[in-house]
Design a protein around this ligand. Sequence first.
Ligand code: GAL
Length: 416
Amino acid sequence: MRLFGRTMTAAAVLVMTTSISFAEDVEVLHWWTSGGEAAALNVLKDNLGSAGTGWVDMPVAGGGGEAAMTALRARVTAGDAPTAVQMLGFDILDWAGEGALADLTATATAEGWDKVVPAALQKFSTADGSWVAAPVNVHSTNWVWINKAALDATGLAAPTTWDELVAVLDKMKEAGITPLAHGGQPWQEATVFDGIVLGMGGGLYQKAFVDLDPAALGGPEMAMAFDHLIKLRTYVDDNFSGRDWNLASAMVINGEAGMQMMGDWAKGEFLKAGKVPGTDFVCIRFPGTQGSVTFNSDQFAMFNQTDPAAQEAQVAMAKAIMDPVFQSAFNVVKGSVPARTDVSNEAFDDCGKKGMADLAEANTAGTLFGSMAHGHAAPASVKNATYDVITAAFNGEYADGAAAAAALAEAVAAAQ
Ligand code: GAL
């Protein structure tokens, strides 16, 4: 056999055939590139490896996954979809609507996923009655991560209301540290805003971000939420613009900053740095939101493949993701909580246990909402329009909160 102008020996042909049929590989597109995220990803890689499935990595850095979704679109357009893709909320439903996703229903039915995956997640794992994604976790965005020593130095308790929060931030400012570690990227501002709006009440969150009600989007409560956001801008340092979220986490970890308002993937960074909840850092729900949860669930969607071996690898990956033992091991490292209701909280630290209890409580109470910031409240077009107004407001482009709220109502209406 001649290939690339060389005559190949039978042995070389054999090696080549072997590597071509090394088809128990999955190529995985994801955005888990920070220290904590990579540590969690390794748990998944190892789990798959022990099941005999190889891993071809396609990382696309960028918190929140916007860059990853752009890369995905390019790959699919080129007719070269990756085997498996990390994906959030409405993006999954959009791709399912395009007919691009493999049907995982046979595996899901055989393994009884519908009995253990909460309905709020199944809304995004299924389309037209078929399973199209396997959920690996449940994150939530309404958290604040506080450096314990910096909090103790204020002489104040962890804040439970907006006014208490402002008092703590003021004290930290007086003490000469950056009160709020923030990365100036639209998705990070939106993540902070998730907490602020939820703090105004679950009713506003639902009406504005899920129902897209113009009166709620442009009304006085939303105006107050924007005033709060504009106030928070006064507590960040001069270098916040463009900063990655994990570098903001590092500022809190190092005691350079007092707190970060971020989803519980931030906990993954604290743990990776050897920090202990309750001793080195404190996790609280965004002031005023205890009892409610804004969630985002990372799911893996499988893109249609024609090669049966590739299809087999997809099924193996889906099964590995849904394995309850893996779901505990992975989420302990990632900072999230399991996407199955039958996983014990035993291996989780206090913040993880709280996350699991809060999620269950909110689910029962009807106070569990899909995160606007992470694509679980509305499709991407609306999300992006919302981001634009939030970021402009954070950067002082509106006279006040009322002007920002009016702009939001207009932007969301135009995006639909
Ligand atoms: C979220 C994702 C998390 C975390 C975060 C920062 O959208 O759900 O798993 O990775 O982005 O990258």
